[in-house]
Design a protein around this ligand. Structure first.
Ligand code: GDP
Ligand code: IMO
Ligand code: MG
Length: 427
């Protein structure tokens, strides 16, 4: 077993950073394959906490090659500051490589993200305002600027001129805000390019060489299934493909080379930003989960909306990504609860829906059907094996497995590396 894809099985922030870092100890390569600096992946090592936005969560192991793949939208300014911070903390980035095909986030993408959100008013998506949507929009419109274009000065200037002509018309005529000057962007991106040019590579070749040599490669998803532009709660989604299929396109690898797909899911559910969330809690329990779980966004600091585990969501995720295992995180956050609920289906106009509906109007009329399980009222943060977990915690996990049809191969009981229970070795 050599190639393992890790995906977020809910609405993001499931603990992908922690699980990737944990598994990266034995990996030869870690690949980020989609999204951009909208992601915030936290890795805790001892007393140190690292918040990674673009650099893969394998960077803390000096021998692990880290790749930023072709479907990542690259904010070079964020990347440079992340690299600088890592270096200051003694972390080497000698093994970091960036795809020459990745799309580059430009200043006008971030500004467009802001003005488009403002213009939507009450219908806003609640984006991270990192320019993600506008950058993917330009990619699909075939006017985007790629990393390889940055090294060709004439081509870069030509593409920038074409983009600015269109974007500045949009800014001034549609949104009534100021546009961008070309020269400062050319200067700034010239400096950026100097800083990263030695890291640029045809990363699909590097990744396939590793996999073909039987080395262990982890594909680190960002966001989560319910934020997938095709399969999530559209339009309240991001603009990329966090599902496992996204790893193939986003890294440049064929599906036949993937051995396992692990879905990372919290033992409850959270969401940041706007959009439907059937099992959301608006009461004291929701607040308790937010406080116990420190549920505040890694990228934007916004409080995360909290609710019960939704098996409809994770089943949706399991089917779309062909999950071979689950990593259930943050079980410890539920330690103090008397009772815990799991949503096993939705009631819609007198019928039971077991699959997540496409229409948000239908979803708005869905009522979660809950099953209530007893809590365990015991501290699990020091538990290191499944059998040592309190019986009710084991029962809870087993019920999640039954309802989702996927085995919980990893269980996390705290943010640290040591607070991880492995029930089945991945490789
Ligand atoms: P990601 O975006 O999926 O990587 O997740 P984030 O890093 O945005 O959010 C997960 C948060 O939960 C981080 O602060 C992690 O340090 C923390 N965390 C991860 N696993 C656990 C766990 O099992 N228990 C607790 N209490 N915290 C965890
Ligand atoms: P990680 O990788 C949670 C959400 C935003 C917003 C929607 C669209 O840390 O799990 P965007 O800026 O992508 O256009 O915003 O997606 N979102 C995330 N929510 N975790 C993330 O990443 C997210 N990345 C984007 O809050 O609702
Ligand atoms: Mg996050």
């Amino acid at each position: 077993m050599s190639a393992v894809v890790l995906i977020g099985a809910q609405w993001g922030d499931e603990g992908k950073g922690k699980i990737t870092d944990f598994l990266a100890e034995k990996a030869d390569m870690v690949v980020r394959y989609q999204g951009g600096s909208n992601a915030g992946h936290t890795v805790v090592v001892g007393d140190e906490e690292y918040k990674l936005h673009l650099v893969p969560s394998g960077i803390l192991y000096p021998g692990t090659v880290c790749i930023i793949g072709n479907s990542v939208v690259l904010d070079i300014e964020v990347l440079i500051s992340e690299i600088k911070e890592l270096k200051e903390r003694g972390i080497s980035i000698a093994n970091l490589r960036i795809s020459d095909r990745a799309q580059v986030i430009m200043p006008y993408h971030k500004r467009l993200d802001e003005v488009q959100e403002e213009s939507k008013g009450a219908n806003k998506i609640g984006t991270t305002k990192r320019g993600i949507g506008p950058c993917y929009m330009d990619k699909a419109s075939r006017v985007g600027i790629r990393v390889c274009d940055l090294i060709d000065q004439d081509l870069f200037e030509e593409k920038l001129s074409i983009n600015l002509a269109e974007k500045n018309t949009l800014f001034t005529k549609v949104y009534g805000v100021e546009g961008f000057q070309k020269e400062p962007i050319i200067k700034q991106y010239g400096e950026f390019t100097e800083e990263i040019k030695d890291l640029i590579a045809d990363t699909s070749v590097l990744i396939n060489d590793m996999v073909d040599a039987g080395k262990k490669v982890l594909f680190e998803g960002a966001q989560g299934t319910m934020l997938d532009v095709d399969h999530g709660t559209y339009p309240f989604v991001t603009s990329s493909h966090p599902v496992a299929g996204g790893a193939c396109i986003g890294a440049g690898i064929g599906p036949t080379k993937i051995d396992k797909v692990i879905g990372i899911a919290k033992a409850y559910t959270t969401r940041v930003g706007e959009g439907p969330f059937p099992t959301e809690l608006f009461d004291e329990t929701g607040k308790q989960i937010r406080d116990e779980g420190c549920e505040f966004g890694t990228t934007t600091g916004r409080p995360r909306r909290c609710g019960w585990f939704d098996a409809v969501v994770v089943r949706h995720s399991a089917r779309l990504s062909g999950l071979t295992g689950l990593a259930v995180t943050k079980l410890d956050v539920l330690d103090k609860l008397d009772e815990i609920k799991i949503c096993k289906g939705y009631e819609y106009q007198g019928r039971i829906l077991k699959d997540f509906p496409a229409s948000l109007k239908v979803l708005a009329q869905c009522k979660p059907i809950y099953e209530t399980l007893p809590g365990w009222k015991q501290d699990t943060t020091g538990t290191r094996s499944f059998n040592d977990l309190p019986e009710n915690a084991r029962r809870y996990l087993e019920r999640i497995e039954e309802l989702t049809g996927v085995k919980a191969v990893i269980v996390a009981v705290g943010p640290k590396r040591s607070q991880t229970i492995v029930r089945e070795e991945l490789y």
